[in-house]
Design a protein around this ligand. Structure first.
Ligand code: XUL
Ligand code: CO
Length: 448
């Protein structure tokens, strides 16, 4: 495949809110300063290899619909078998063509997205290494960087009972080898982070599961990852991506709080952070903004997989975000926490199965990037004007003169005795939620 898989698209330009050009940004203006950084630096967008290039739109009811010739096994023009390594190279050229024409600064991948599995582990490693070399050349040529790498420890049937939490130690060993190899490659490609999503680290039934044993295995696995990070001198962050269920009925890294408790138990809270996915947050019955705030409160915020769920569907639909109203509160929490350091926003989002034109992939990303850019502008305006934080600070103002309670210098009995003598009924103050919601709505309406 030549580098013109998307022949009618050149560089996607920024044209401003009045533009009707469907192949232009209306809000994402990479160099525009927002809150002291450029939009590109604030949002750190990444294209996800798997949904965009390694998936053909198939679902459990039907075959793939998308135009992804490198995923075919037979070449329809010659009727001959397609060499999977050649196909992987074509896929990579198209991926870099797309990311650079889009103008996203980053991409991210699973090891198996970029290179085919071999007949043996050694062959899989050789396949992967060859494509990693090629990725290094493409990165160099286009300036696109790697936000994160991750190992796919869930697609192959060998992982049917999990990877690190598998009852069979041979699977733990296999997964450890695969993660070590993928971490080495991520370092080689200058990746800013390394992600671990517990693909099948969970269970279907307790009738055959020793939960304590599995959690200890997972704790040891993550410790080995951290030890390896230091051994190879990888400077990026290690990120766990919480998800409450799917594919297993119960996933161990349920949400940010479960991951934080887990990290504390296994003494990893200073070494590992979280990669928060919007649709995983909503599946866990949280708002996206809840998970961001929980991560900052615990000191483990890392990165964001941005997408959107569907109010009526209780599974991971991975839609591209389209609602500024829905995304703004999450970006408010992101900015309140100080924004990204090594992390960024990758689109863990996929085209709908009927979106079969090549340019649909551009429309999807342009819409997602414009939505997040508008959410950034609204969040920045809300926080710079300061009313929201002033109101929040006012609610806690009483604590300024009661620090001794938080410092542990007052006992429960002393508070009891003081209450007996003062006898005062605490004053009730309005939470003003609706007024604050209207304030946020005003900022969203006025984005310029
Ligand atoms: C699955 C999911 C993964 C991770 C990376 O729900 O979110 O694609 O982001 O393994
Ligand atoms: Co994800």
């Amino acid at each position: 495949m030549s580098s013109d898989f998307f022949p009618d698209v050149e560089q996607i330009p920024y044209e401003g809110p009045d533009s009707d050009n469907p192949l232009a940004f209306r809000w994402y203006d990479a160099d525009r300063l927002v809150g002291g950084k450029t939009m590109a630096e604030q949002l750190r967008f990444a294209v996800s290899y798997w949904h965009s290039f390694a998936s053909d739109g198939s679902d459990i009811f039907g075959a793939g619909t998308l135009d992804r010739p490198w995923l075919e096994s037979i070449d329809p023009t010659t009727n001959s078998a397609i060499d999977p390594m050649e196909a992987a190279k074509e896929k990579m050229s198209v991926a870099f063509e797309f990311v650079s024409k889009l103008g996203a600064p980053f991409y991210c991948f699973h090891d198996r997205d970029i290179a085919p599995e071999g007949a043996t582990f050694a062959e899989s490693c050789r396949n992967f290494d060859e494509l990693v070399e090629l990725a290094a050349d493409h990165q160099e040529r286009t300036g696109v960087e790697l936000l994160w790498g991750t190992a796919n420890l869930f697609s192959h049937p060998r992982f049917q009972a999990g990877a690190a939490t598998n009852p069979d130690p041979d699977l733990f060993k296999y997964a450890a080898a695969q993660v070590a190899h993928c971490m080495n490659a991520t370092k080689q490609l200058g990746g800013a982070n390394y992600v671990l999503w517990g693909g099948r680290e969970g269970y279907e039934t307790l009738l055959n599961t020793d939960m304590g044993q599995e959690l200890d295995q997972l704790g040891r696995f993550f410790s080995m990852v951290v030890e390896h990070k230091h051994a190879i001198g990888f400077e990026g962050a290690i990120l766990i991506e919480p998800k409450p269920f799917e594919p297993t009925k119960h996933q161990y890294d349920f949400d940010v709080s479960a991951v934080h408790a887990f990290l504390q138990k296994y003494d990893l809270a200073d070494e590992v952070k979280v990669n928060i996915e919007v649709n995983h947050a909503t599946l866990a019955s949280h708002d996206f903004q809840h998970e961001i705030a929980a991560a900052f409160a615990a000191g483990i915020f890392g990165s964001i997989d941005t997408n959107a769920g569907d109010d009526r569907l209780g599974w991971d639909v991975d839609r591209f975000p389209v609602s500024v109203e829905q995304m703004t509160p999450g970006v408010v929490e992101l900015l309140r926490g100080g924004g990204f350091t090594t992390g960024g926003m990758n689109f863990d989002a996929k085209l709908r199965r009927q979106s079969t034109d090549r340019n649909d992939l551009f429309y999807a990303h342009i819409g997602g990037m414009d939505t997040m850019a508008r959410a950034l502008l609204a969040a920045d305006a809300i926080l710079s004007e300061g009313e929201l934080d002033r109101r929040r600070d006012d609610r806690y103002a009483g604590w300024q003169s009661e620090q001794r309670i938080l410092d542990g210098r007052v006992t429960l009995q002393e508070l009891h005795d003081a209450q007996l003598t003062s006898g005062d009924e605490p004053k009730r103050v309005s939470g003003s939620q609706e007024e604050l919601e209207n304030l946020v709505a005003r900022y969203i309406e006025r984005i310029k």
